[in-house]
Design a protein around this ligand. Structure first.
Ligand code: HEC
Length: 463
């Protein structure tokens, strides 16, 4: 509602958008330029659609210049890879990423033999059983113990949310926000930026679980990366951290549901309360920069509201699950009546599009408050260890999770595009000095404790 006219765009942004659409994309003002945005996003949910829409057309990636204010992002602003492939598909993750994402979703959500209602990923190791409390290097976690425990399905608080809130509370002291153009315009009273989102309304009281598959687990434990001192030792030795090509991690977000909703959610019970699977994110090491996929339940309050979904495989022009997807579910033994309530938000396979514009992808709950600047791969490229890494605050002694603040909603924002080499090395010395060692895109390393300590912020909220 507050974003229904272009008048409410800050003048600077409007000028930017107009300049971009006229000088760079002369044809972009034509309604046909809405293209996939109009057909792929459920129109009502996307919230746009008035005749002023054409004025908002801007090249994909322009949202990172404009900041997270303004109208909802359309599909063509997000620079996603998602075009239908032509020719033979030999590398599905890259040539047909949407299909690959759904295929992986279907495989991971098959029932896990011997685990009742639980799915394949729910039989993996909870990260709380990898990055254990009070680690003792002489007693490393084992796969049998991690997956055999009856406490495997413990919930955690949403870690990014906590990091975002703690960054926000210290934001007044930091005036070095890289998005200085938006912060200066925000001080001009009536022209204050209009945030795209009321972040509070996007998160229906969710809790999270993170599960590591066995190749990921064995690598983390085998290389002594499951406690902080082991990670620092890797930094000192400058030993590259490279997870194997079959490593996968799932992040699941759960929300409380009513018993009547069991038919449309994958659900679980914890301490007598019923939870439905609201978001499902997976990362797969199909390439050195991983493949990133974000799925959401259609009932998530902000799904498709601020960022148009990108899916060339699983959804029809009318926003319904495609026949191909339903057939895939049936082959995998997933009940279409239930699983057809899930949607692919998008897949990220690179930092930028072919012209160097940042590819953006965010889950409406996991990246709530910074969804419109979110780049899964770029933010995760900052998972690092340095000489002063500690377990005292999430990310302490590592590269910062966020990249400055947006004045309009007080929320920290994601970096996007290609990582900056000078974050990892100090090039003012000769030879350059190593500042941080990259931890292969897995932020879960930040959940590690120091030997004997249990102060990391990824602690369980249910036991
Ligand atoms: C601004 C930073 C940021 C962005 C953007 C971001 N994440 Fe994360 N992600 C984190 C942090 C911090 C964690 C916390 C570590 C944890 O809970 O395991 C995390 C955890 C995860 C995990 C758990 C495993 C692990 O080792 O990291 C997955 C899977 C994941 N994110 C996927 C995604 C996907 C997919 C996207 C894009 C749709 C995304 N993330 C966007 C910061 C980010």
């Amino acid at each position: 509602m507050p974003h229904s006219t272009t008048k409410q765009l800050p003048l600077g942004l409007l000028a930017l958008v107009l300049a971009a659409s006229t000088s760079t994309f002369p044809g972009a003002a034509a309604p046909s330029a809405l293209g996939r945005a109009g057909s792929n996003a459920p129109a009502a949910a996307a919230g746009g659609g008035d005749q002023q829409e054409a004025l908002r057309q801007a090249p994909c990636g322009s949202t990172t210049e404009g900041g997270p204010e303004g109208p909802a992002m359309q599909a063509n602003q997000v620079c996603a890879a998602g075009t239908k492939p032509s020719g033979p598909v030999t590398e599905p993750a890259f040539q047909d990423p949407d299909r690959y994402a759904w295929q992986t979703f279907s495989e991971l959500n098959q029932p896990s033999p011997g685990h009742g209602r639980q799915r394949v990923w729910q039989a993996w190791a909870n990260q709380l059983d990898v990055f254990v409390s009070r680690p003792d290097p002489n007693h490393p976690p084992t796969w049998a113990v991690a997956t055999g425990t009856s406490r495997r399905d413990r919930f955690q608080r949403r870690v990014e949310l906590m990091a975002a809130l703690s960054s926000s509370s210290s934001s007044s002291s930091s005036s070095s926000s890289p998005s200085s153009s938006s912060s200066s315009s925000s001080s001009s009273g009536g022209n204050a930026p209009q945030p795209r989102y009321d972040a509070q309304s996007c998160d229906p009281d969710t809790t999270q679980q993170v599960f590591l598959n066995r190749p990921q687990f064995e690598y983390v434990v085998g290389n002594r990366l499951w406690y902080v001192e082991g990670q620092i030792a890797a930094f000192m030795a400058q030993k590259p951290i490279q997870l194997p090509t079959d490593a996968k991690v799932v992040k699941a977000l759960w929300r409380p549901i009513a018993p009547a909703d069991r038919g449309k959610y994958h659900w679980t019970e914890s301490k007598g309360k019923l939870y439905g699977l609201a978001s499902f994110l997976f990362i797969a090491k199909a390439s050195p920069t991983w493949v990133w996929a974000s799925f959401e339940h259609v009932d998530n309050p902000c799904f498709a509201r601020y960022e148009a979904p990108q899916d060339t495989f699983g959804v029809t022009a009318a926003g319904r699950p495609s026949a191909r997807l339903l057939a895939m579910f049936r082959r995998a033994g997933l009940d279409p009546a239930l699983w057809s309530h899930y949607r692919l938000g998008g897949v990220q396979t690179s930092f930028t599009d072919t012209e160097g514009r940042p590819v953006l992808l965010g889950n409406s709950i996991a990246e709530d408050g910074f969804q419109t600047t979110s780049s899964c791969a770029t933010c995760h490229s900052r998972s690092t260890v340095g000489p002063h890494t500690s377990d005292k605050v999430l990310g302490a002694g590592r590269l910062p999770i966020f990249n400055g603040f947006y004045a309009g909603n007080g929320r920290p924002q994601s970096a996007s595009g290609a990582p900056d080499p000078s974050l990892y090395d100090d090039f003012s010395t000769s030879p350059p000095t190593r500042k941080y060692l990259q931890m292969d895109f897995s932020w879960s390393f930040a959940c590690a404790n120091e030997i004997g300590s249990d102060s990391n912020p990824c602690a369980a909220i249910t036991d």
